[in-house]
Every structure is written in structure tokens, then in C-alpha cells.
Design a protein around this ligand. Structure first.
Ligand code: SAH
Length: 241
């Protein structure tokens, strides 16, 4: 697959802005958002997202409910958007491709997401996987994700505040991991929380040369990595804030 446009472009720090005067009223977008999502889903299909469960989830979850009202009119463009705290909601194509990679070979029963952000990717995972644990290191984003996700009543999704680099030892092993922030590599202690046969999908590499990677745990002691699309994500950082 060719080089993707910016996956999760580093956006400038964006505070929670008041709705811009030119933004459509939320109700107006609500009436057309199903149509806009359908168009987004057609574009995803054109760009390689074929998994029916992923497409159904992205048709169902209203991405505009995960961004500030002032950005809602842009929610169905294929771009990353700022969500505050120098973080971004990933581009829909990247969400689609990463989720599809995770689902390849069957529906994972237990999944760990590192980097909840606004909660959009977590919602898509919860629609497609058995049980989902999503960890966020910025408390304010963790709380915002909780608010954003409440109306969806996803009983199989747990949001956790903490450093996702530590994983969640008590809930391991995971059949799948989706790392929503970029790093040079992942700590072995995190990969050790994968089940045998489980796979981690992560943007890895130097900040300006990241690629989506699939790391599969083949046996207790061996992991195999394959390198896929070029992407760009905000950094995976240690600790909490
Ligand atoms: N999946 C998100 C994308 C968020 S951007 C969405 O759909 O909106 C990446 C997120 O990873 C940011 O919110 C950032 O704070 C978080 N992050 C970075 N390092 C982390 C870590 N070690 N543990 C948990 N979250 C982390």
C-alpha cells in the first residue's frame, strides 16, 4: 500500500474552543451526519478498508460527537483534528486500517488500546472486539473520553487512567493491542502482555519516518514484526499528566 497522507498530523495545541460562528448548528449536522458518514465509509472502502465489521462501526459511531463543536463540520473529512492538550483524533482512514489489521484473522476477545484521546478509536474497537481496555495518560482527556462515550453505552469498554506503556498486568493477556501514539519501539514488558498468537498494531520508527507495524507473538519467547503503511502520530510518552 502506498504512502498515506498524514495519519495523525501533529496539530498545534488546541484548547477547548468556543463554537466558531461559521460552524453549522449541531442539530443541522446531526440531520446530515449519517449521509456524511456514508460518504466517509465509501472513501475508506476506496482506500483499502474492506472489513465489514470495521465499516459498520465507522458508519455507526458519530465522529463529530468526539471533537469540539467548532470542528464538527470537518469531522468527516479524512484528516486528523486537534482534541486539545497537543493531541489529535486520528484520521478516519488510519482508524479504519489499524482496526482492520487488528481484526485480521478473527475477532479478538480482549484488546488493549494505549492512547484513548477523545475515545473515538476506543468506540470503534468496542463495536468490533470482545472486551476493550483503553488507557490514557492525560487525566482531562480520559475524563472527556468518558463523557463522549457515555451516550453510546458500550458495556464492553473500560477506560483506564494511567501510563499505557505499563499495560494492564491484571487484565493481561491481550489478544490484540492498538497503540494510538508513535514510538521508536515498544517496551518488551508491554509486548509480554500479548497472548501467544496475539498481535500489537503500532506506529513505530523515528518521529518523521513512522510506519504502522504488526508485532505478532508467535511463541512465548518470539515476536515477528511486519512493516506496513507510512503514518505520523503524536508521541507515546511515559508517565501521566
Ligand atoms: N485513539 C485516539 C487518538 C489519540 S492521540 C482517538 O481516537 O482520539 C494519542 C493519545 O495517546 C493522546 O491522547 C496521548 O495523551 C496518549 N498517550 C501518549 N502516550 C501514552 C501513554 N504512555 N499511555 C497512555 N496514553 C498515552
Amino acid at each position: 500500500m502506498g504512502r498515506l497522507p498524514e495519519a495523525s498530523a501533529k496539530a498545534p495545541a488546541a484548547s477547548r474552543a468556543a463554537p466558531a460562528a461559521s460552524a453549522p448548528p449541531a442539530q443541522g449536522l446531526g440531520m446530515t451526519s449519517a449521509r456524511l458518514r456514508e460518504r466517509m465509509v465509501s472513501r475508506l472502502m476506496d482506500n483499502g478498508v474492506r472489513d465489514a465489521n470495521v465499516l459498520a462501526a465507522m458508519r455507526r459511531v458519530a465522529r463529530h460527537d468526539f471533537v469540539d463543536e467548532g470542528l464538527a463540520s470537518r469531522a468527516y473529512e479524512d484528516s486528523a483534528l486537534p482534541i486539545g492538550f497537543e493531541q489529535t483524533i486520528s484520521q478516519p482512514l488510519v482508524v479504519g486500517l489499524m482496526t482492520q489489521m487488528l481484526l485480521d484473522g478473527g475477532k479478538p476477545a480482549r484488546v488493549l488500546e494505549v492512547g484513548t484521546g477523545c475515545g473515538y478509536q476506543a468506540a470503534i474497537l468496542a463495536c468490533c472486539c470482545g472486551e476493550v481496555f483503553s488507557v490514557e495518560r492525560i487525566r482531562a482527556l480520559h475524563e472527556r473520553a468518558r463523557q463522549n462515550l457515555r451516550p453510546l453505552r458500550l458495556a464492553n469498554l473500560r477506560l483506564v487512567f494511567g501510563d499505557g506503556l505499563a499495560g494492564i498486568a491484571d487484565s493481561a493477556p491481550f489478544d490484540g493491542m492498538l497503540i494510538a501514539a508513535g514510538a521508536a519501539d515498544l517496551p518488551q514488558s508491554l509486548l509480554d502482555q500479548l497472548a501467544i498468537g496475539g498481535r500489537a498494531i503500532a506506529p513505530l520508527g523515528a518521529a518523521d519516518r513512522q510506519s504502522l507495524c504488526i508485532i505478532r507473538r508467535e511463541t512465548a519467547g518470539s515476536f515477528r514484526r511486519t512493516v506496513h503503511d507510512a503514518v505520523r502520530f503524536v508521541p507515546l510518552l511515559p508517565g501521566v499528566s
